[in-house]
Design a protein around this ligand. Structure first.
Ligand code: F6R
Length: 607
């Protein structure tokens, strides 16, 4: 996730900015840069670590200015490279910006500005902001920034320097965090406290569509109409080490809480009115009608996301979908040809088995789409098409936001194909599109109150074995729930298709055995109830996970965790969040090394 630091005061800005960027390194990034204003604006930026930036800054003899901005970038539009790194200067060199977020209408803005003769240097969505500030500048930065915000759609936290206002730093934001740090004769902007906590503990939150104007001695806020806004500062007494995880004890928990934003970023940029626009992937009627099979391929959680996708796509597209483990696919003499669409899913984009599967599918003549989080990773580069999940960097080994954004991306692909094939009614299409768009809000609802999940989790922390059961898409979600639990808590966990228990595994149920039953599919309630009773009658206890509309299931079980009501076809995103928290709190109680479970690596680049 990108990071921002900005400084205005009486000290040299460059060292303060560099230190701030080091404090933001924990967020994950691929490049970094700073800009200092001293008469003119000087930028130094580079692909790679902040340490490399520090070397470059001393080689470049950065000016002694007392005002500047800095950035760590996590690439979303344009490969990680020196040119694509922030800060970005306007074409005339008078304005300079750093940006976190995604500018959804950057292509239109860029075309428009280019037509007005403004040249662009980078492939980023962010540069458009610098050029837009230059284009709209009317001599007054507040009115200029108001106009800029009117034109931008998407999410942004932006720091701005203007050579005509050499002692003033500006910031704007929408849907992306930005705080203003208040010091003694110095002030800061930062994407999170960590970057400025060393200098001040007093902060003010910038709200959506607000503008902050900072000098060394004063900070003024304006709303989108240019009216000044009074704000009350608050004190943050965090220890710096806590601040580096954004206040969370583990990256995994932080990333669980980042899911509303991650899903929103992945989905909302692709929903244009009633239309789903999947970047440059062409889903023409002739392309879609020529597909007679879809293979979804991945490893671990990515494979589990694929199984959720299989249920959704088969239901709405009526195309046969095989979900394959990459390591099995490559040695299976797979049925793949030019009428097969292959979807390879990978958070890291570097998983060796998945990359090998992608190469094999291409060799066999299949069109390939990669669902990948890390920009320009090997799988993203080699696939015919790529649909990025905008989850931001995932640092905890166990994936959370990576998985839920993959599922969301698969829903979009499924719904798009169904629409192009004309086999979904307009009403159902709109209903599902609306449900997908509302997933972030429903995930937030779960995250607002996690006490009950924590209580159940802690009460099960001493168990040796936990079963997960479900049917249909709930079974797919159970697989991911069991993986989360076993990898971070080291408790043996197994997921079973609920109807399959009686064919063998039920022999393992004895007094006290815990089973989590996922019961979110209305047409399968009755069947699941029989499975729950079968477990209970052998002495097992059942914790049900169901939607609020199905409270009856709670009465029939030994406990209930309710997810917000939503369409049955998209419940796996919500149950995933509950199961992630369940696994997390068990592992925390067992004092496991949650972010780095034993024997596991974040990116598995060997076969
Ligand atoms: C589990 C987990 C792994 C990954 C798998 C694939 O929490 O993180 O199972 O899902 O190693 O990794 P990517 O998605 O990077 O290909």
């Amino acid at each position: 996730m990108c990071g921002i630091i900005g400084y205005v005061g009486g000290k040299k800005a460059a060292p303060i900015l560099l230190k701030g960027l080091q404090r933001l390194e924990y967020r994950g990034y691929d490049s970094s840069g700073i800009a200092v204003l001293n008469g003119s604006i000087r930028v130094t930026k580079t692909c790679g670590k902040v340490a490399t930036l520090c070397e470059k800054v001393s080689e470049n003899n950065m000016p002694d200015g007392v005002i500047g901005i800095g950035h760590t970038r996590w690439a979303t539009h344009g490969a990680p490279s020196d040119i694509n790194s922030h800060p970005h200067l306007s074409a005339d060199g008078r304005f300079c910006i750093v940006h976190n977020g995604i500018i959804e209408n950057f292509a239109e803005l860029k075309a428009d500005l280019t037509a007005h003769g403004i040249p662009f240097k980078s492939e980023t969505d962010s540069e458009v902001i610098a050029q837009l500030v230059q284009y709209l500048y009317d001599g007054d930065m507040i009115s200029t920034l108001r106009n800029v915000m009117e034109r931008l759609s998407g999410s942004y936290a932006v720091g701005v320097l203007c050579a005509d206002s050499p002692s003033t730093l500006y910031a704007i934001r929408k849907d992306n965090p930005l705080v203003v740090g208040l010091g003694q004769n110095e002030n800061f902007i930062a994407s999170d406290f960590a970057a400025a906590l060393e200098h001040t503990h007093n902060f003010v939150q910038l709200n959506d569509y607000e503008i902050a104007q900072l000098t060394a001695r004063a900070v003024t806020f304006f709303d989108r109409n240019g009216k000044s806004v009074e704000k009350t500062p608050y004190r943050v007494d965090w220890d710096i080490s806590l601040a580096e995880k954004g206040g969370y004890p583990h990256f995994m928990l932080k990333e669980i809480y980042e899911q509303p934003k991650a899903i929103k970023d992945t989905v909302s940029a692709r929903i244009k009115g009633d239309n789903i626009v999947l970047d440059r992937i062409e889903f023409s009627a002739s392309n879609v009608n020529s597909i007679n099979r879809i293979n979804i391929i991945g490893c671990g959680s990515a494979y589990h996301a694929g199984i959720v996708g299989k249920h959704f796509i088969e239901k709405y597209c009526r195309i046969s979908v095989n979900c394959e483990l990459a390591s099995e696919y490559i040695y299976s003499n797979p049925i793949t040809d030019n009428r097969t669409l292959t979807v390879v899913i990978s958070q890291s984009g570097e998983t060796a088995d998945s990359l090998a599967a992608l190469r094999l599918a291409k060799k066999l003549g299949s069109h390939t789409i990669a669902i990948v989080n890390v920009l320009h990773s090997a799988i993203a580069r080699e696939a015919d098409d790529v649909l990025y999940t905008y989850a931001g960097p995932e640092i905890a080994v166990a994936t959370t936001k990576g998985y839920t954004t993959q599922v969301a991306a698969l829903y979009l692909i499924g719904l798009k194909i169904a629409k192009v094939k004309h086999i979904i009614s307009d009403a159902r299409y709109s209903e599902l599109l609306n449900e997908i768009a509302r997933l972030p809000e429903k995930v937030s609802e779960i995250l607002k109150d996690t006490d009950k999940i924590k209580q159940y989790a802690q009460s099960y922390a001493d168990h040796k074995c936990v079963f997960f059961i479900g049917r249909g898409t709930d079974y797919a979600a159970s697989l991911e729930g069991a993986l989360k639990l076993k990898e971070i808590s080291y408790i043996h966990a197994e997921a079973y298709a609920a109807g399959e228990l009686k064919h063998g595994t039920i022999s393992l149920i004895e007094n006290g055995t815990v089973t989590l039953a996922l019961v979110t599919q209305e047409d399968l309630y009755a069947k699941m109830l029989s499975n729950i009773k079968a477990v209970q009658s052998r002495g097992g206890s059942v914790l049900a996970i169901s939607s609020q509309k199905n409270m009856q299931i709670g009465k029939e079980s030994d406990g209930l965790l309710a997810i917000p009501d939503c369409d049955d076809d998209v419940t796996p995103v919500l149950t995933a969040v509950v199961l992630q928290l369940f696994a997390y709190y068990i592992a925390a109680k067992r004092e496991c090394d949650i972010d780095k479970p034993r024997n596991l690596a974040k990116s598995v680049t060997v076969e």
